[in-house]
Structure formats: structure tokens, C-alpha cells
Design a protein around this ligand. Structure first.
Ligand SMILES: Nc1ncnc2c1ncn2[C@@H]1O[C@H](COP(=O)(O)OP(=O)(O)OP(=O)(O)O)[C@@H](O)[C@H]1O
Length: 313
């Protein structure tokens, strides 16, 4: 286990920013922490790595109590901050030398780490350039590099793609995947559902300071999947088929829409096979489709709100 948070509570005055949060992160995974603006993601991250104190609860990182082993733990963590925290007046190389130096890395080891890190984020050819001239995406990549130069085994990323173009975003996601493939455990916070879908091995959904669900994408979907939506295209007219389908146990609705028959059925009722059997009796099926819920549906079902680009509707 890389990180284990038990019952974490954090208040800012009267505002309950973290409300009894339990989170586990296993070695080798990418945990996607998904939540809208103000959900408490940054507070959770900063509490987890000891940048702010929490009011109560237990935080164990690398199997050790954070309070007792803070320095030793922090040495092995990389934090990619939400705000870009690079020095614009220092070259990319000097930025990395500065951050590597903070972790006590010197000499040949520092040089080797800087070279490898520049390569990982695709900035080798810009190593002597000042970030003031960089695009937003390049600054974000250098910001990530600063958190990687000491080779942390646990990388914590706080919304690392905010405000950048799609190409840079993809590059960053690809970099996270690659680092994870090489053994780095990652906590990736975002309010973009598609990012979580793209890279996470597990997802935790945070809303108003509470973890409302945690698991693999499949597990989260199973939590909300009480019904399945089936769409049929029949060879012949659908009236008799619909009448028979409506009589099947577990079918909630069956109706014609345009050239399609739409069916809503309870999960586990085994109705796909029954529907195919009925359709075959009446001329056969051209096409059958079942719709799977998405993480967006999970968020909507669990919070009653839609999450789009960080805005809650
Ligand atoms: N230092 C602070 N003092 C008072 N309130 C704070 C402080 N930091 C955060 N908050 C409040 O706590 C809540 C959680 O904030 P936090 O920044 O952790 O959320 P977030 O999910 O990271 O949001 P965002 O995506 O906007 O960064 C918000 O309501 C915020 O206004």
C-alpha cells in the first residue's frame, strides 16, 4: 500500500472541506481523484503529503505514519502543483537543477536525472531556453519535470492539464501512463471525466469533501447499473415483437422509435437472449445494441449533478 487515509477531517473555519475521507492507493496504480471545483481535491492532496495539517484522522504513506516520518516520506513524493511553479528567469535545465538540489541530489546523479527527466517530458531540445518563451503546455511539462527530477516513487498531480491545448494534454496523459508503466504510483486529480477514463486504474469520486465512491470504473458502473438499454433494428415491422417483449419479466419499457425498438430492462434479467428469440420468430434482427453507462452517469447518479469541464450543473 502506497497511501492509506482513514477518517480524515479538515475544516476551514466553519467550512467542512474534508468530511471523514477514507482513501487507499496501492503500489503501481493510477488513482484518478475526480471532483468538481471546490470538492476538496487540493485540500486532500496537501493534507495527504503533509503540506497542511488535518484536524483528525490517520495518514499512512509507504506504510509509515506521516506525522512521525514526514521528511523521509516527502523525499519519495513528487507533487505537481495546480499552479505552474517554475522560475521563468531560469533555463529549463536550471529549474530542474534547483528542484533536484532541494532534494539533496548533486553532481553526476543530478545531471543524469535532469537529462532523463527532460527526455520524459519532451523538453530536451529546450533545456537551455527560458520558460518565459514557452507555450502554456511546455510550461506545464516543465512543471511536471520539476516534480520528477528526484525520481519519486509516488507522484501526486493536482489538475496538471488545466488550461492547455488538447495536444499538450494528450502528451501529459501519455507521460503519466509511461511513468506508471515504469513503476511510479500516481494520484491524478482532475475535474475532467475523460482524463480519468483514459488513464486511471481506479477512481475515487469526491464531492463536497466526501468520497462518495471508490473503485475500478467497472465497479463504479456496476454500483449504478440497475437497468440496461437495448436498441433493436428489426427486419420487419415491430408491433408484435414489442407486445411480446413487454410481457418479459424485468422489462420496464419497450417502444418503437423511428426504425428502432428501444427496450429498458433490469440488469441480470437475461433479457437480451429472450429478445433475440422473440425477434427471430418475427422476421429476425438486423442489429442489436446495448448501451453501457459512463463515469458521467455514475457521477450524475451519485451526486444528482452533472459534471462538465469542472462546472457542476
Ligand atoms: N485556505 C483556505 N481557507 C478557507 N477555505 C478554503 C481554503 N482552501 C480551500 N478552501 C475551501 O475549501 C473547499 C475545498 O477547496 P479545494 O481547493 O480543496 O477544492 P478543489 O477540489 O481542489 O477545487 P479546485 O478544483 O477549484 O481546485 C472550497 O470550498 C474552498 O473554498
Amino acid at each position: 500500500m502506497i497511501a492509506k487515509l482513514d477518517n480524515i477531517v479538515k475544516r476551514y473555519g466553519n467550512h467542512l472541506a474534508l468530511d471523514c475521507v477514507d482513501i487507499q492507493i496501492s503500489e503501481g496504480e493510477i488513482l484518478g481523484l475526480l471532483g468538481p471545483n471546490g470538492a476538496g481535491k487540493t485540500t486532500l492532496i496537501h493534507g495527504m503529503i503533509g503540506l497542511i495539517s488535518v484536524d483528525s484522522g490517520e495518514i499512512t504513506i509507504f506504510g509509515k505514519d506521516l506525522k512521525k516520518h514526514a521528511l523521509e516520506i516527502k523525499r519519495q513524493i513528487g507533487l505537481v502543483t495546480q499552479e505552474v511553479t517554475i522560475f521563468e528567469e531560469l533555463s529549463a535545465w536550471d529549474n530542474l537543477a534547483f528542484f533536484g538540489g532541494i532534494y539533496g541530489i548533486r553532481g553526476d546523479e543530478l545531471k543524469k536525472n535532469i537529462e532523463e527527466t527532460l527526455e520524459i517530458v519532451g523538453l530536451t531540445e529546450y533545456k537551455n531556453k527560458l520558460p518565459a518563451k514557452f507555450s502554456g503546455g511546455m510550461k506545464r511539462r516543465l512543471n511536471i519535470a520539476c516534480a520528477l527530477v528526484h525520481k519519486p516513487k509516488f507522484l501526486v498531480m493536482d489538475e496538471p492539464t488545466v488550461g492547455i491545448d488538447a495536444q499538450s494534454r494528450n502528451y501529459i496523459l501519455e507521460t503519466v501512463r509511461r511513468l506508471n508503466g515504469e513503476g511510479t504510483t500516481v494520484l491524478y486529480t482532475t475535474h475532467y471525466i475523460e482524463e480519468v477514463e483514459a488513464i486511471s486504474s481506479r477512481v475515487a469520486i469526491l464531492d463536497q469533501g466526501r468520497v462518495i465512491a471508490q473503485g475500478t470504473k467497472k465497479e463504479l458502473i456496476q454500483k449504478i447499473q440497475y437497468e440496461e438499454r437495448i436498441t433493436l433494428q428489426l427486419v420487419e415491422s415491430g408491433e408484435e415483437v414489442i407486445e411480446e417483449i413487454q410481457k418479459l419479466s424485468g422489462v420496464k419499457e419497450a417502444y418503437q422509435q423511428g426504425r428502432e425498438v428501444r427496450i429498458i430492462s433490469e440488469v441480470g434479467a437475461g433479457n437480451i437472449e429472450n429478445i433475440l428469440t422473440i425477434s427471430k420468430k418475427h422476421g429476425g434482427v438486423q442489429n442489436i445494441n446495448t448501451e453501457q453507462p459512463t463515469l458521467e452517469d455514475v457521477f450524475l447518479t451519485l451526486t444528482g449533478k452533472q459534471l462538465r469541464d469542472g462546472e457542476v450543473e
